[in-house]
Design a protein around this ligand. Structure first.
Ligand code: UD1
Length: 363
């Protein structure tokens, strides 16, 4: 059984790591790892391979950045050649990035089966590029592995046969559990010259937040008040770094002591910062899940989420960009520690095991 596993961008790496590890236990599975090269900076890519023990990619398509059409098309053209040469029985994709839909579409058109890990999540916001990638990938995949029961319901509503969908839990949490102890040993706090853990951790990279100057400005205004209450550590995504320059926001940001901008971090250093933070503020999808699994309060700076379980069961609050709302929740969390969540069903560190069992049985 020949399987091609695909990764492209940062959030894919923590999802593929446990899957590859589990596949290696099955002698009948021959696996190849294809990196599309959507993310290419050392900090956005290589650092994660080292940290997570992912083998070197067998093939790197080196597509890099571009418009959505360019990026998707480049992946498709290059991935098709790989498929024609390697003739795999299955392509496994994770998440919702451009590489996910590009590789799925290419494989399906060649009659190759596709497994999608993290299927069925819906923000119901079609202006979000990832939402289009999710809907299209799910519509044509053969195995849909979901992190929560409401994802199965979303798929059912879209007419996808329940025989193709498998509620297995969250591979991201497999990686989180495996690395928690090692992350505890990271010396990142020393390296950042932090002598206490009174800080909030921030990430921002969604186009809806950082590609629009007005929206980005609104968030910065809220941060300008928060940083007077608690220090904010902010590892900046390259996309956001670019926008800060383009929108001439450098001066504004520099004039905000207490808001500490740093480079993107490795998985374990970042996890250590998350573990010790009093509060997390983010527009990332994965961090909503990780904070819920860790019981750390999270404010999601978006109007919607494809991960409502983290709000309904976990420690996540959906606050958008409304300054008053953000400040109200920050106050509440800093005074009362926020709501107590519970870990969602099957987020137990054994999801990859369940996925590979199903694949072994059905291919
Ligand atoms: C992509 C995913 C998003 C995911 C995010 C995680 C899509 C549509 N978006 O968004 O779902 O949450 O990754 O980070 O697939 N850049 C670099 N170095 C890199 C990568 C990107 O400098 O290694 C810069 C480039 O200027 C590039 C920009 O970041 O144009 C955006 O990169 P891109 O891959 O298009 O999307 P992300 O915003 O990273």
């Amino acid at each position: 059984m020949k399987i091609i596993n695909v990764v492209g961008a940062r959030p894919n790496f923590m999802k593929i790591a446990p899957i590859i590890r589990e596949m290696q236990k099955y002698p009948q599975m021959e696996t190849l790892l294809v990196h599309t090269g959507q993310h290419y900076d050392i900090e956005m890519s290589e650092a994660f391979f080292d940290d997570l023990g992912i083998p070197e990619p067998d093939i790197n398509l080196e597509v890099g950045s571009g418009s959505h059409a360019e990026q998707t098309a480049h992946v498709m053209l290059k991935f098709e050649k790989v498929l024609l040469q390697e003739k795999p029985d299955l392509v496994l994709v994770v998440g919702d990035i451009n590489s996910t839909i590009a590789c799925t579409l290419t494989a399906v058109k060649l009659g190759i089966k596709v497994a999608h890990v993290e299927a069925g999540l819906r923000s119901l916001d079609r202006t979000m590029p990832e939402e289009i990638n999710r809907i299209l990938t799910d519509a044509i995949s053969d195995f849909l592995f979901t992190t929560c029961r409401d994802a199965n319901e979303n798929l059912l509503r879209e007419g996808i046969s329940p025989e193709k969908t498998f509620f297995v839990g969250n591979v991201m949490i497999d990686t989180l559990m495996r690395n928690k102890e090692k992350a505890e040993r990271s010396d990142i706090l020393n390296r950042l010259e932090m002598d206490d853990t009174d800080y909030a951790l921030l990430t921002l990279h969604r186009p809806s937040n950082v590609d629009n100057c007005e929206n980005f400005g609104k968030i910065l205004d809220a941060l300008d008040t928060i940083r007077k209450q608690i220090k904010i550590i902010y590892p900046v995504h390259p996309r956001t770094r670019k926008r800060i320059r383009e929108f001439s926001l450098e001066e504004k940001v520099e004039a905000m002591p207490g808001l500490k901008l740093i480079k993107p971090l490795s998985y374990r250093d970042f996890l250590k910062l998350m573990l010790k933070a009093k509060l997390v503020m983010t527009d990332s999808g994965g961090m909503q899940e990780e904070t819920t699994a860790l019981g750390i309060p999270c404010l999601t700076l978006r109007e919607n989420t494809e991960r409502p379980i983290t709000v309904n069961e976990g420690t996540n609050y959906l606050v958008g960009r409304d300054k008053n709302k953000i400040l109200k929740y920050v106050d509440d969390i800093l005074t009362n520690k926020g709501k107590r969540g519970k870990t969602p069903e099957l987020w137990d560190g054994r999801t990859a095991e369940r996925i590979i069992k199903i694949i072994a049985k059905n291919i």
